[in-house]
Design a protein around this ligand. Structure first.
Ligand SMILES: [Fe+2]
Ligand SMILES: [Fe+2]
Length: 294
């Protein structure tokens, strides 16, 4: 213990006050509470504290202790162990930092893909980003945790990546399109899946791309899936996709508008669109003052 705390047994008297002096100020309160619980014979478990050495080096220390009493004694003493866990802690922190950097660079890569798409198809610029933001808001409204929300964001950004197979002239073609052209446009769902399925995302990004045009009643494409056969993330992105698309201008029509988009979601609630996702979307816009992302 003396070695771990960096003190000498000749000069250091291990009272609680003296120990507190050795501990990082931010950890003193928790150590004090832990020590008091120990002294009262309570269950204490592990406590991790930081020790700042006189040379300013920081050490992480794990302490465990319990009250030891001999029969007949009114008071006892605290016995326990202290373990230097600095190396493990440092590795943990490095891993956290690495994971954060990796997540940032992944998001930046996705931004690049979106930017390339916007050069090719400037008429729908911002569609993917806005769908992502609306989907995340719906997910949060439905109680998704941060990790699952991040998956929705990624899926929103990439749901139309399969549109790369559609010629740019068709994407921006004003006026009516033929049945053959509609069939080609519809292939973007499967094409997106084929590309994204090769990436080991920790979220169901490829399946969102595949299923975001499916409808709850089975009238969607490409597989005509029904209800729960469609993953929840895809049902959410489907709602976000319709709201964004109807609210935005397209080469073949002016913007329909948010109000009509919400009316469409309300009309199709439970038939075309997932009831919970639709309700969450309507609540956000109508009751909670959520604004369409710019
Ligand atoms: Fe799509
Ligand atoms: Fe879309």
């Amino acid at each position: 213990m003396y070695r771990i705390f960096g003190v000498s047994p000749e000069t250091f008297v291990p009272t609680v006050g003296a120990l507190l002096e050795l501990i990082h100020p931010a950890d003193r309160q928790s150590f004090d509470a832990w020590y008091t619980a120990c002294a009262q014979g309570g269950a204490t478990g592990e406590l991790v504290i930081r020790r700042i050495r006189p040379d300013s080096s920081r050490r992480w220390i794990s302490v465990r202790g319990s009250l030891t009493k001999r029969s007949g004694d009114t008071s006892g003493y605290i016995s326990g162990t202290a373990q230097d866990i600095t190396e493990t802690k440092d590795i943990e922190e490095q891993n956290k930092l690495y994971a954060t950097k990796l997540e940032i660079s992944l998001m930046q890569t996705v931004d690049v893909i979106t930017a390339i798409f916007e050069i090719r198809d400037p008429y729908t610029a911002g569609h993917e980003r806005r769908v992502a933001e609306i989907a995340v808001a719906i997910g949060a409204e439905l109680g998704f945790d941060a990790a699952r929300q991040q998956g929705l964001r990624m899926a929103g950004y990439l749901h139309d990546v399969g549109k790369i197979i559609i010629p740019a002239e068709l994407l921006s073609k004003p006026g009516k399109i033929s049945a053959g052209e509609i069939a080609l446009i519809r292939e973007h769902a499967q094409a997106g899946y084929d590309v994204l399925n090769k990436v080991a995302f920790p979220w169901p990004v490829a399946n969102v791309a595949l299923q975001h045009h499916e409808k709850i009643d089975g009238s969607g494409y490409p597989q005509g899936l029904k209800g729960d056969e469609i993953i929840l993330e895809a049902r959410i992105v489907a709602v976000a996709d319709v709201v964004e698309a109807m609210s935005s201008h397209r080469p073949y029509r002016p913007a329909v508008g948010l109000e009509k988009a919400l009316a469409e979601i309300e009309r199709g609630r439970g038939a075309g669109y997932d009831a919970d996702a639709a309700d969450a979307c309507l609540r956000l816009f109508r009751d909670k003052g959520y604004q369409l992302p710019r």
